[in-house]
Design a protein around this ligand. Structure first.
Ligand code: K7E
Ligand code: CUA
Length: 659
């Protein structure tokens, strides 16, 4: 028998390798013509934009769906040499924080702006965990417009979740900490006395401008995820939290003791009333608030000095805890706003809570005591029901427009479809492998667009050609238009994808900006035409006001720079044509290039390290004569008498004094 088997394997191997040229262990799992559904012909547009968080890359990337084509990486919390973000003088202030310039961030979740609970395509918000911040990206330009730091927070994980008219993005702290206005120098094992959690409500005005309206001071648990209410539950936000044990060491054991942790229910309309009534305490803190001015083409950073803090002690009926089994992660509200789904990482069921029952339990004071002074609602009184035996390790839930929910299971590595009304499991599909977040287009809103569910996986293993110790990060696209979910595409992502949202392309593309108008350019260093191009000395600073247009720089010959000078190249791109950026780089510069959009001015700071002649050139292939788009800058020794001169197209030989 043994002998026969091995012979059979020997014989069949060459046949298998003829049909199947992928490495062994790769499962295609795509059936019939399913892959056709992800095919977008050359020159055709995708149906959806998909905004995907970049995890430890710090950026947000944008894909087309269903093709999975990468359209753009938007620099947000990390410097990006491809676009000069965080390298040009104009953009550096975007990455300023109360800790100084931070060139890296951990970009975790995103939230698309909404009007009446429907995606409106104005902005995408992103959070940063490590140095707690929220960013707003303008979807006219796909550029980061604003970043605000969150005080009294550490590990800003539970964010940025948005209310249904973009009134607020919320941010809950994962790590509880001693508050910023206290002497933080306390023994770690005084956690229970000294460590607190906060959730922050960042107001967004109609122009998008953010400010921290208030924070709520809470017990020292770990806030994990959140969702705003919608429809009937508009005015509320639900935050999952774990570590109700308030352990400060070996959390994997010590924060898994209790049978149930909590979902925090915040009545933010009530909080607004308390704020108005003067119940908030002003607290002295320090946090950066950075804004990019589109006309000045420049960021400014301010350190804000105070924040308003509401303490539930002074504000009855503002917050409640709802028991949730066991170490909840995702906390998601369905399109009607009636159901709140908690996903306990270690739980054997998925609890679904009813907003109506929550309101009734509050009215009836149907409490199970309190937790650190905050009323705890009775589990049975607020429960709609539990999804039985759904899978192992539920993490996140999204919804379609037909009353179905889709939950990701990390441990059993699958997506499970179930019905909200009767909590029956309808379908399950494997993911490759260990799905974390998942997303249905419009899935967190009042109006899911449906059609697909996308799995954002934590482990790739054998899905792609190996690339050394680290493999491609992986997303998978499933068709959900029928009763059964069908895998139709794998596509790699940049950084680790946590949350993502997809939105119909037409909502965004109609507003997409093509150029910046040169007449609106208010950059203090702009040169609005070749006749304004010049080089000026201010002490030891050399300011080169350079223009670029296909295919030359003005000026392109610069002399009279001396060692000890600091050179600023202020480059204005005079083009007024879509998709004609020019780049700028100078030999020896150790701070990336510039990439300058049509009508924009950007500045590269350069400190030459020895005398000589340095070429500069355009880094973006802009025309047939792009390779001709170059210039020279001459740096002389300190104390030299070479006069400061600049020119373009001047060909007379230089005087003999210049050697
Ligand atoms: Cu990846 Cu949103 Cu940090 Cu869940 S979190 S998986
Ligand atoms: Cu400008 Cu190449």
């Amino acid at each position: 028998m043994k002998h026969f088997l091995s012979k059979a394997i020997l014989i069949s191997l060459p046949i298998i390798s003829l049909i199947e040229c992928k490495p062994r262990g790769t499962q295609s799992a795509v059936s019939g013509d399913a892959a056709q559904k992800a095919y977008v012909a050359p020159g055709k547009y995708d149906e959806f934009y998909d905004f995907v968080s970049g995890g430890f890359s710090g950026q947000i990337s944008v894909y087309g769906l269903p093709s999975g084509r990468l359209l753009r990486v938007i620099p947000v919390f990390s410097v990006d040499p491809e676009k000069g973000y965080g390298y040009s003088e104009e953009t550096k202030a975007m990455l300023n924080t109360s800790h100084g310039f931070v060139p890296w961030g951990d970009q975790h979740h995103i939230a698309l702006s909404e009007t009446n609970g429907i995606q409106d395509g104005r902005w995408v918000f992103g959070n940063e965990n490590n140095t707690p911040r929220i960013a707003r990206v303008d979807l006219k330009t796909f550029r980061t417009a604003e970043i605000i730091e969150i005080p009294n927070s550490a590990g800003n994980h539970s964010s940025p979740f948005i209310t249904e008219n973009s009134e607020y993005v919320v941010a809950g702290t994962r790590f509880s900490i001693p508050m910023d206005n206290t002497n933080g120098d306390v023994p770690i094992n005084t956690y229970k006395q000294n460590f607190r959690g906060t959730v922050s409500f960042i107001h967004v005005d109609t122009s998008g401008k953010m400010n921290i309206a208030f924070q709520i001071l809470l017990p020292g648990v770990n806030f994990d995820l959140a969702r705003a209410g919608k429809g009937k539950s508009h005015g509320w936000v639900f935050f999952s939290c774990y570590n109700s044990e308030r352990a400060n060491t070996l959390l994997e054991v010590n924060a898994s003791q209790k049978d149930k942790d909590f979902i925090l229910c915040v009545n933010w309309k009530k909080a607004e009333e308390y704020l108005k009534a003067g119940k908030a305490k002003q607290q002295a803190v320090a946090y950066a608030h950075n804004v990019y001015d589109e006309n000045k083409h420049m960021a400014t950073s301010e350190i804000e000095k105070q924040v308003m803090v509401l303490d539930p002690k002074d504000c009855p009926d503002m917050v409640y805890f709802m028991p949730c089994p066991k170490s909840p992660h995702g906390c998601d509200t369905d399109p009607t706003g009636e159901y709140i789904v908690g996903s306990g990482k270690l739980a054997a069921v998925i609890p679904v809570f009813s907003f109506t029952k929550i309101q009734k339990a509050i009215a009836d004071k149907n409490f199970d005591g309190d937790y650190e002074g905050i009323p705890v609602l009775k589990y049975d009184a607020v429960l709609h029901g539990e999804v039985q035996k759904p899978g192992l390790g539920p993490l996140h839930t999204e919804f379609d427009a037909n009353g179905n929910a889709y939950t990701s299971f990390f441990v059993s590595s699958e997506i499970v479809k179930w019905r909200l009304s009767d909590l029956k499991v309808l379908d399950r599909v494997p993911t490759y492998y260990s799905v974390g977040h998942l997303s249905v287009p419009g899935g967190p809103t009042r109006k899911p667009w449906g059609k697909y569910v996308i799995a954002y996986n934590k482990i790739t293993k054998d899905r792609y050609l190996p690339t050394g110790p680290e493999l491609a990060q992986s997303a998978q696209l499933y068709d959900i238009s029928g009763d059964k979910m069908k895998l139709i595409l794998d596509f790699p992502t940049i950084g680790e994808p946590h949350y993502a949202e997809a939105i119909p392309a037409d909502i965004i593309m109609k507003n997409s900006q093509k150029i910046y108008k040169i007449e609106d350019n208010q950059n203090p260093w702009v040169a609005k035409g070749d006749n304004f191009a010049r080089v000026e000395r201010k002490g030891n600073e050399i300011h080169c006001y350079i223009t670029s247009i296909r295919s030359h720089f003005t000026p392109d010959n610069i002399e009279g720079v001396k060692m000890g000078d600091v050179v600023y190249f202020h480059v204005t791109n005079l083009e007024q044509d879509w998709d004609i950026p020019h780049g700028f780089a100078v030999k020896g510069a150790n701070n990336s290039e510039l990439l300058i959009m049509p009508g924009e001015t950007q500045t590269l700071k350069w400190t030459p390290e020895k005398s000589g002649v340095y070429p500069f050139y355009c880094t973006d292939f802009c025309s047939a004569l792009h390779q001709e788009m170059q210039g020279y800058i001459r740096v002389s020794v300190a104390g030299s008498t070479v006069p400061l001169t600049f020119s373009t197209g001047k060909t007379e030989p230089a005087l003999a004094e210049n050697k």
